[in-house]
Design a protein around this ligand. Structure first.
Ligand code: SF4
Length: 325
């Protein structure tokens, strides 16, 4: 029987095995929506997808791609999702949190705007389209699934976007990462993810994807204003600031070597899973923590903080997390 392994599970394990233990073994997830980095990241992610779907719609219907309309669509998506999250968590949030949350929505909208203007799709890119059962589908937030040769694994994952460079026809797989700080370490970790998507696109669609691109998007904006007095965007200041907000890392080869690294990671994860006894209360049984950079984005950081400082982590888990049955 084939065993499932998601790219994100392998990536999580590679980032921090203790995080993998909390998330996939113990099944913990945040119970409340907070105006934090995690929420900002998902709003930016969804806003970028909405903007790209808007471009793809123009492309499929042979219309000129319109940046303004794409940005309005992204804004609406972020505001709708933000409103849904706010309503879902309204009993949990105090007034200060609601204001924080609203400010976060504005930041997410601006980050999407700066990223889209930095990529400049109408000038630089087309969205790659594929035929799926007779339907034209843009490769945006697209589900990829493929069996790993000579193993009993199937990899599954969602690719953020696949774009075609209008200048030279190069196809590139794109991954968005919202980050507190730009990091080359992150690029190293993500090469595996990019490599596997390149490989899967080749296998599933016969598509040669020589380029992998990671957009690291800062979670904070500088304080200098980028709007004119009438509220419109000052394009010169926005362009200047986008260089500080978006960092682009490109990786020029299909790295099949990384594909095989990921397979060995998968095997390791399953070996650990088989040996690991989650019901054992002995803390020595915990997998190693990563510490450092990944913690600033980790949904479990308050658990780790409590455990490492001798506070009552169990009560934090009870009050702020859901645990799988
Ligand atoms: S806070 Fe850091 S050490 Fe703790 S689980 Fe998350 S990434 Fe690992």
């Amino acid at each position: 029987m084939k065993r499932n392994l998601s790219v994100s599970q392998a990536e999580t394990f590679q980032t921090c095995s203790y995080k993998w233990q909390l998330k996939y073994q113990r099944g913990l997830s945040k119970d409340t929506v907070e105006a934090d980095a995690m929420s900002l990241g998902s709003l930016v992610h969804d806003g970028l997808a909405a903007a790209l779907f808007s471009y793809a719609d123009d492309q499929i219907n042979s219309r000129d791609m319109d940046t303004d309309i794409a940005l309005v669509d992204a804004k609406l998506e972020i505001e709708t999702l933000g409103a849904e999250q706010l309503v879902a968590s309204i009993n949990e949030l105090d007034t200060e949190k609601i204001l924080e949350f609203k400010a976060m929505l504005q930041t997410a909208i601006l980050l999407v705007r700066l990223t889209i203007e930095d990529i400049d799709i109408p000038k630089n890119y087309n969205i790659v389209l594929v035929d799926v059962e007779g339907e034209t589908v843009p490769l945006i937030e697209h589900w990829l699934e493929y069996p790993v040769e000579n193993t009993d694994f199937i990899f599954r994952g969602i690719v953020d976007a696949v774009l075609e460079d209008k200048n030279d026809g190069t196809i590139e797989v794109v991954d968005w990462k919202t980050r507190a700080k730009f990091s080359n370490d992150t690029a190293e970790q993500l090469k595996m993810q990019i490599g596997i998507y390149q490989y899967m696109l080749e296998k599933m669609y016969g598509m040669y994807v020589p380029m992998g691109t990671i957009y690291q998007i800062k979670s904070e904006l500088s304080k200098s204003p980028i709007h004119n007095a009438d509220g419109s965007l000052n394009k010169t200041r926005a362009k200047y600031q986008s260089h500080k907000v978006v960092s682009v890392i490109r990786n020029r080869e299909i790295q099949k070597r990384l594909w095989f690294n990921l397979v060995s990671h998968a095997t390791r994860i399953y070996d650990i899973t088989l040996d690991y006894d989650d019901n054992d209360d002995n803390d020595d049984n915990d997998l190693p923590r990563a510490y450092g950079m990944p913690c600033s984005w980790c949904e479990f950081r308050d658990i780790c903080y409590a455990e490492l400082h001798g506070y009552d982590a169990d009560s934090i888990i009870k009050s702020s997390y859901k645990e799988k049955e």
